[in-house]
Each structure stands twice: as C-alpha cells, then as structure tokens.
Write a protein that binds this ligand. Structure first.
Ligand code: AVI
Length: 357
C-alpha cells in the first residue's frame, strides 16, 4: 500500500521466508503490525549454522563465514564499529549521501520502489527519505537481510518516517531482490541500494557474480547505488579493523560466543586473539581468530572436537578495497553503465550510481 505524501502507511511489515514465529522479534507483537506473507523457501533451503560451522572448521585452513557475525549482539557491535573514529566508512558514506541524495532521487522515475540490501541501522535511508520529502515524493522501501536482528534495528529507525512505507524481507540478497523486482507493477522503476562497502565482503568472483544476478532481475533503466571503500594506506586500514577500543576484536570473537551459545561450543575466549592482516596482493583486509595455544574444543551440537595448534588461525572475514577507476568496469561486466560517481577524498570512499542497460 502506498499513498501520496504523508498519508502513507508507516508501519514496517516483515516478510519472513518460512512464515514461522521469530522469537527475536517479540517487540513486533506490541509495536507493529505483523505480516507473515511468505512466498519463498529461501531460509529453509539455506545450510544451517551448524552445517556451515562443522564444514568450515574441518577445512584446512579453518574458516568461519562472516555472515554469522550478525546475531543480536554482533549487529549491535557492528553499529558500535560504525561510530568509531577509526572506521571511516559509515561517516564518509553518510556525508556523500547527503551530498548526492537529491541527484539520486531526481534520477529516479516518478513511480519507483527502493530496495536496500543489508540495511544496517537504516540511517542512510533517512537521508534519502529527506530527499524524497524535498522533492514532494514518497516511496515504498524494501529492506532485505538474512539477519532478523539487523532488520529490526533498521525498521525501528525507519518506522516513524512519513515518506516511506517499509517492508522487511528476512532473506538472502538475491532472493529478496528478485522477489521485490518481480512483485512490482510494470511501470514501476527500482533503485537498489548496496551500501557500506558490503560488496567488499564478497570475493572478487562472487562480487562480479552478485552484480550479474542482481542485474538479471532488474529492468533496463533501474538504478543501483553502490558503496565501496577504496584502497588507502595500510596503517589507516589497520586502525579501522584493529581499533584501540577493541570493539572490532569483540565483534570478531563474538562468532565464538555465538557458537558456544547456539551450538553448545566450548571455546575459551582467553585463548584466542583478534588478528588483522592487510593482503596487499589481493587488496583486502583479512580478519582471523588466532589460537594462542594448542587446544581441542568440543562443539556439542555437531558432536565434533576441533583441534587447533598454537598460532593456528581461523579466517573470519575478507574486506576488499577498491580502486575508483575500476568500479565502472566491474559494473559494465554485469550490464550496468556508470551514471555518476561521488568520492569522499579524505576517507577514500566512493558511491557509484549504476543504471541497468
Ligand atoms: C559489513 N562490512 C562492510 C564491514 C567491513 O568493513 O568489511 C564488516 C566489518 N568487519 C570488521 N569491521 C567491519
């Protein structure tokens, strides 16, 4: 439901893929209308946390997937990271967005839907909602995230806005975007926001494939606003990912806390340290959890003993940094053309507006 200007529905709705009660979203029952409309089995066919942890800790070298950072505590720790003076991405992107929001909204046809992939705190959408207001417009906004906790956080900040009607999709980016795109009216354009340099957490091939998949569900003329952190001096990157307050270390170690809590794991945090490596060849930051001694850790729910040597690492995240001049080519490979690029030169961060050709 969407109406003109300020009379639009303002209550966030949630589309959960499996239609089950979400225990982490109790506030919904008191604060918001709740929709269990469900048309995909996305979450149901995803490998479970237990499957992924069992398989990834059996690999040599060991790894854990960064998507599992974002439980309720991990999402809050990430919000704290975004406020750290050493982690410049959020502030740089917000200031760029304030600069370009009117241009982005002006580029959007009068009837349009906005979809944000991985919305985080929702603060950036507030900037676009203000631009919508200045233009005397309103829009339907879809939020897509696999994390219920992250969706709740962003829906809370967007709930009171008059210019947007918010619909949450607890789903993978690809499935959520496809659903939003196919469900819209024939003349309705779509702006997809993929911000915060989230694309940097994909490998290079995965990033290219992701843009191709996204492009496949879009129509010619649809827009995508892509946020990418740029290559910068190593000490600056180190401070961003190994901050002096230890928030990023806590964010990283929370993966072990999550395994302990959810999978009956027995990781002792005192015997792991947060390790940050700048891989200059691949132009990416790598996060690890390093075992400070030889140890065997039981994970009850998967009936496994994980053997770690002293100094052995578990890779938890890659965060790729980009070169501004190569971003257009990355889009072109996926049948996008670059319409604008805005660069925050101090923090070295880029926002690129692509159009589907
Ligand atoms: C979400 N993502 C873009 C963040 C990044 O910078 O790669 C995640 C993060 N990891 C550590 N700090 C922030």
């Amino acid at each position: 439901m969407i109406a003109s200007n300020s009379s639009i529905a303002r209550r966030p709705r949630r589309v959960r893929a499996d239609g089950r009660f979400d225990a982490t979203a109790i506030w919904y029952h008191t604060c918001f209308e709740r929709s269990r409309v469900s048309s995909t089995t996305d979450v149901a066919v995803q490998p479970t946390f237990a499957d992924d942890v069992g398989r990834d800790l059996a690999r040599e070298p060991k790894e854990l997937q960064s998507k599992y950072f974002y439980d309720a505590l991990g999402s809050q720790l990430f919000e704290a990271i975004c406020r750290l003076p050493w982690y410049r991405i959020t502030e740089a992107e917000s200031s760029l967005l304030r600069r370009c929001a009117d241009d982005v909204i002006a580029a959007l046809p009068p009837t349009a839907t906005i979809t944000e992939l991985g919305p985080g705190s929702g603060e950036k959408l507030v900037v676009l909602a203000e631009a919508l207001q200045r233009a005397g417009r309103s829009a339907r906004v879809h939020l897509v995230d696999v994390s219920a906790a992250a969706l709740e956080q962003s829906e809370r900040s967007l709930g009171p806005l008059d210019q947007v009607s918010v619909i949450g999709h607890e789903s993978t980016y690809e499935v959520g975007l496809a659903r939003v795109s196919t469900d819209r009216a024939s003349g309705e354009a779509m702006l997809t926001l993929f911000l915060g340099s989230s694309i940097g957490n994909f490998g290079q091939t995965a990033a290219r494939d992701f843009l191709m998949v996204a492009r496949r569900v879009m129509r010619p003329g649809d827009l995508m606003l892509l946020g990418t952190d740029l290559v910068k001096p190593e000490p600056v990157l180190r401070d961003a990912y190994d901050d002096p307050l230890g928030v990023t270390a806590a964010f990283n170690k929370n993966l072990l806390v999550r395994i302990n809590r959810v999978l009956d794991g027995h990781f002792d945090l005192a015997h792991f340290e947060h390790l940050v490596v700048w891989n200059a060849g691949q132009e990416r930051i790598e996060l690890y959890l390093r075992s400070t001694r030889a140890q065997t850790v039981r994970i009850g729910a998967i009936d496994r003993e994980i053997v770690l040597a002293e100094g052995e690492t578990i890779c938890t995240e890659h965060s790729h940094k980009y070169r501004a001049e190569r971003i257009a080519a990355m889009g072109e490979a996926a049948r996008f053309v670059q319409r604008h690029q805005w660069i925050e030169s101090e923090a070295q961060f880029a926002l690129t507006l692509f159009e589907a050709t």
